[in-house]
Design a protein around this ligand. Structure first.
Ligand code: HEC
Length: 401
């Protein structure tokens, strides 16, 4: 029980920190894109951009300096703990749920038979190895070509995602790519943005010239983070949607949705600059719809010659007793008032199949998760076969109710 409470508090805290971080990221990118040429008297003080806003019953005047103020103000706000606390709480949550619960959440023996230690090792290698490669790429000449960098980044993330889906359960794979991107984002703050800003502050303090490349490097990383916000949020909520992580081409779904969501972010960034391009939103919506149709109708892509009529007639409707037997064999170890599973001591989602009425009233749910999304039995721990899944489908679709 303490495990669930700890997980609740950590997740809650993680979401709050993440809201603060991403909110600040959105706000500052918006700010930067909306700055206007300041009046002369401000220009003379070294202010390159000027912005007025009204919020919460007051007027705000914001000024951005080209290099820095002549004298450092007494209080300077930094905005780094939003990023750090999001990362720290997220990492603790990953360890708690996916590493302590590796055999339940991270490892899927149908994907790869891994000992918990090896799976955790692979997970950490993916996250920190990925971070190292990203840092090297940013600091190499590639870092100076934003568009080329984006292409290389996309290829790298695609490879990482594909690898993760070859090693881990669907959810485990997705969460590791989310963790990798989140780590890159927090790393951008810790490893580039903060050091650049410290150098700038230092220079202002000592009245030395501010090297513009510090600001530029920090700005580039901040733009990377901005484009990664929507994809990373999708990945974080994707574990509620088995049709994505359970799909045979789950890695491709993650990448495609990631690209489309970054494209949507691009629309807002342009809009803040005063360029409204509805074509971006329209194309993004069409792409998202196309992905949804493809994911929901795998038959569209398969060469699916119709099942011959005589074969259809052969479809037998299983008896209720047969269905209850299937559920008892494959589901009740977890979904019972007193589960016998070594991991799940409380029926997951409060779903209990002890009595026939429980099964009957949840028939739609059962069909959905065993025959459509196929994410139940959880990680197919109780080894339900495709033939058995078909029996459930036939019962649900064909039995008179
Ligand atoms: C090893 C334990 C385990 C077994 C066996 C298992 N489940 Fe689950 N089930 C879970 C867990 C864990 C969840 C919650 C998943 C999540 O967090 O998204 C769940 C969730 C569900 C849900 C979703 C409930 C909701 O409100 O969204 C359904 C439906 C379900 N299971 C049906 C089944 C059926 C049918 C079987 C047998 C064919 C089965 N489960 C076997 C662990 C199990």
């Amino acid at each position: 029980m303490w495990f669930d409470w700890l997980s609740l508090f950590l997740r809650w805290f993680h979401v709050i920190a993440g809201v603060a971080w991403i909110g600040a990221s959105f706000y500052f990118i918006w700010l930067d894109n909306n700055l206007q040429t300041p009046p002369d008297w401000k220009d003379k003080k070294g202010i390159k951009g000027d912005l007025w806003a009204v919020h919460g019953g007051g007027f705000y005047e914001v000024a951005k300096y080209k290099y820095g103020p002549e004298k450092l103000p007494e209080t300077l706000h930094w905005f780094k703990w939003e990023a750090y606390t999001t990362w720290i709480s997220g990492f603790c949550l990953l360890v708690l749920v996916y590493y302590f619960g590796a055999s339940a959440y991270l490892i899927d023996n149908n994907v790869m038979e891994l000992a918990p230690g090896s799976a955790i090792g692979l997970g950490l290698a993916l996250i920190f190895g990925g971070l190292a490669l990203y840092e090297i790429a940013c600091r190499s000449p590639l870092g100076r070509h934003p568009k080329l960098f984006a292409v290389v980044f996309l290829i790298g993330i695609s490879i990482a995602t594909w690898l993760a889906t070859q090693w881990f359960s669907g959810r485990g794979a997705f969460i590791h790519i989310g963790a990798l991107i989140g780590t890159i984002m927090a790393g951008n703050v810790l490893l580039q943005i903060m050091p650049s800003q410290r150098a700038m502050v230092n220079a202002v303090e000592k009245q030395l010239p501010v090297d513009p490349s510090w600001g530029e490097k920090a700005k580039l990383r901040s733009v990377h983070n901005n484009y990664l916000t929507l994809p990373v949020l999708f990945i974080m909520i994707s574990n509620h949607y088995p049709m994505t992580y359970q799909h045979p081409n789950s890695w491709l779904i993650l990448i495609l949705i990631g690209i489309v969501s970054a494209w949507i972010r691009h629309f807002f960034n342009l809009r803040h600059l005063g360029q409204t391009k509805p074509a971006i939103l329209v194309s993004a919506s069409i792409a998202m719809l196309a992905i949804a149709i493809w994911v929901s109708n795998p038959d569209l892509l398969r060469d699916n010659t119709d099942v011959p009529a005589e074969q259809q007639a052969e479809r037998i409707v299983p008896t209720d007793a047969r269905i209850q037997q299937l559920i008892t064999t494959h589901c009740v170890s977890c979904h019972a008032s007193e589960p016998t599973d070594e991991m799940f001591k409380v029926a997951p989602m409060g779903l209990v199949f002890d009595a026939w009425q429980d099964i009957q009233s949840k028939a739609g749910f059962i069909y959905q998760r065993t025959s459509i999304s196929k994410d139940m039995p959880f990680l197919n721990k109780t080894k339900m076969t495709d033939a058995e899944r078909e029996e459930i489908a036939n019962w649900y679709l064909l039995a008179p109710n």
